[in-house]
Design a protein around this ligand. Structure first.
Ligand code: ATP
Ligand code: MG
Length: 277
């Protein structure tokens, strides 16, 4: 007995093992065609893990926004599957959900849209609370009845984003950077597992750009998978843990940002490469 214990102790490898973060989404063979002549995405295959900050890059029209909308379920795929994983187990194919299941998925998969999509005439606090809509009954959401817990969470998020002084201001009176911060708070109100951001810094000055990228990094540090469409290779290199490059509707690169070289960038952007920062 003592001999057996000793033997197993010898065999046990006490060195720290690299633990891969849990998978949250497995995308396989995903495609989207707008018509028989217009195919935008083809055979898109990748896994997404908790805590990753993944950039999606490619020239204008490459299909970056389309990909995020497919993941979020706001667009329907032409073929392929997107398997959501929970607790290391595949649970459902996002391409085959009924309406109720899709509502649930959208609550797990927050999205920040390129044009923010705030309700202009509502105040900032209410806009943030609207992020809870998918988990609130229709009756309560129609009359904008939110629980004290939700209100406390919204205030906490606004404070974190330095937006609390603007909580009662109408969304339409905010600057672009402020709107972006409110849009992030609204997405986080859902407690998402995945956060998709479509060019979240496109219209921002350098200071606000850094502010938003810092926030996305913090969010991924909390274990949320963040996927972000970016046009700046410099930001990709500085902030992202992984980059997926799309050209002619296919993934031509999936790796660490410091593996991006001139040759790859040329394949991704062609002649537009000179316009990159
Ligand atoms: N609703 C639609 N119907 C038909 N074609 C569309 C539709 N939406 C997008 N497209 C086309 O799909 C292609 C990919 O568009 P998408 O918006 O995904 O590109 P993108 O990579 O996000 O570009 P950008 O960097 O300019 O935002 C483009 O050729 C676009 O014209
Ligand atoms: Mg786009």
């Amino acid at each position: 007995m003592a001999q057996a214990l000793l033997q197993s102790a010898v065999e046990f490898d006490a060195r720290p093992q690299a633990v891969k973060p849990p998978k949250v989404l497995a995308v396989k063979g995903l495609g989207k065609a707008w018509s028989s002549q217009q195919r935008v995405l083809d055979d898109i295959t990748f896994d997404l893990h908790a805590g990753e900050l993944v950039a999606v890059i490619g020239r204008s029209g490459a299909g970056k926004s389309t990909l995020l909308h497919l993941l979020n379920g706001t667009l329907t795929a032409s073929e392929g599957e997107m398997i959501a994983w929970r607790d290391e187990v595949p649970v459902q194919d996002i391409t085959r959900l009924n309406r109720r299941e899709m509502r649930q998925w959208r609550s797990e998969c927050g999205m920040i849209f390129q044009d923010f999509c705030l309700v202009p005439r509502l105040d900032v606090l209410t806009n943030v609370l609207l992020g809870r809509l998918s988990q609130t009954s229709t009756f309560k959401s129609f009359f904008k009845v939110f629980s004290l817990t939700d209100r406390a969470r919204a205030i906490e998020l606004l404070q974190w984003m330095n937006m609390l002084p603007h909580a009662l201001q109408r969304a339409e009176n905010l600057s672009g950077g402020q709107m972006q911060r409110v849009a992030i708070c609204r997405a986080l109100m859902q407690n998402p597992k995945v956060l998709l951001a479509d060019e979240p810094v496109a219209s921002l000055d350098p200071k606000n750009t850094r502010r938003i990228m810092d926030v996305l990094r913090q969010i991924s540090g909390q274990g949320i998978s963040v996927m972000v469409n970016l046009h700046s290779v410099e930001l990709v290199r500085e902030y992202c843990t992984r980059v997926i490059g799309i050209a002619q509707g296919r993934i031509i690169f999936d790796g660490h940002p410091n593996q991006l070289n001139d040759n790859l960038l040329h394949q991704l952007y062609g002649d537009e490469i000179s316009q990159l920062t």
